[in-house]
Design a protein around this ligand. Sequence first.
Ligand SMILES: C[S@@+](CC[C@H](N)C(=O)[O-])C[C@H]1O[C@@H](n2cnc3c(N)ncnc32)[C@H](O)[C@@H]1O
Length: 453
Amino acid sequence: MLRLATKYRSNGVSSWLKQPACRYGALDTSNILHARTMSGDSFGVLTDIEKIMLDSVKATGPISFSTFMQLSLGHPTYGYYMKPDHAVFGTQGDFITSPEISQMFGELVALWMVKQWMDTNVKLPFRVVELGPGRGTLMDDMLRVLKQFPATSAKLKSVHLVENSATMRALQEGKLRKASQEGNFEMMWHDAIEEIEHEEDVFTMLVAHEFFDALPVNVIEKTQQGWHEVLIAPSNDPSIKYTTPSSEFDSNPGSPPPSQRTSSRWTRVLSPTPTASGTLLGLASPRFSSLPVGTRIEVSRASMNQARNIGKVIGTQGGGCALVVDYGADKLFGDSLRAFKEHKIADIFCSPGECDITANVDFTLLKESMADLVSTHGPISQRDFLTRMGIQVRAAALARSASSPERKQEIEGGANRLVDPLGMGEQYKVLGVVAKSNGEGHDSSDVWPFTAI
Ligand SMILES: C[S@@+](CC[C@H](N)C(=O)[O-])C[C@H]1O[C@@H](n2cnc3c(N)ncnc32)[C@H](O)[C@@H]1O
């Protein structure tokens, strides 16, 4: 399992900069990878995704950001997460995530879930669901914790991995083979959460870590006439008469300045009239109606659907609990879309299909999407969540039994990085979700560690 390189201690920002980067985008922005700039009359070699984009524009005009993201990340053959030759995670890949930094992350997530089950529906068997499991590291760490409680693991009925990439599934299968052979439960893969069987008599524990940030977003701008969609067009196509968006870019620290954003083959244009999709997205949240003309926002219908599906699984079946962990905040974002390549933030149009693309998560939108089905808690910072769950105690225990001074350093460095107030600890947020009616006499409004202390 890839863990942090031990030479990087967690004792300052400069050491972070040498570490494999996370995707929230607060690292070294002086070194942004920009889109290929025009040299002479050439933009460089077209990626396969760009060929599809050009064909699409030729057929039906400028494309939406959600189509661009869907193609770039999820195209069955050329999408970023679909290609077998992409390392994606770790030092060889483009970024690193919390479960890959330290086993403690998955352990504490599992402990929270077991506590919810014990506090509420302990008589029911349970299943564990993960959305977007990446290399399977988080699930592996969670299953190891469950195994340590024999009475609990005896009630584990099935494990469900929601993953739409065959390449990722193969990695997960390899990682989880041993746990699945040793455990007495079924392990299943699904393309979408809707495929998971409805079960009234099973408690569900669900986790989505850095899943929502990878879902497509649309970008819309408010004008005097209503919501217009911000679209993507070839930057050198004179037949496209659309105007450029008017609103200012927000202060996303990872975004290249506007002057450098149209240096590629692609540029942002504004649909000339309000579009049906723009109008619908503008109605997605009551918060949007009071925004002033000129405001541009990112709205993810895919995230709303996924959040609603989480609500249905947890809220209308045998009860359950969920944790959604991601970067973002309890607010909307206007310009957080960015790409990642080789541990650096890249221009969004850098190399479609070759770079990861991500956007901050609007946690309020997720909560609004499931509010009638479940009880939501937070989000609180990852720092607060892990600290209240006892990460320092766990780190000390692991450090005491470390096999070498390097391993001890690695454990302590990992814990510190996960809760760093200048980095992951604050940038990542944790949203708790529980069923409104989890068990008799259970108070779903008071869920540790989301309750203010
Ligand atoms: C950024 S990675 C996070 C991986 C892992 N959770 C971690 O934190 O290390 C996103 C994961 O979600 C998967 N994914 C992205 N969009 C998806 C979708 N619409 N349905 C299912 N899986 C998806 C990707 O293939 C990948 O496994």
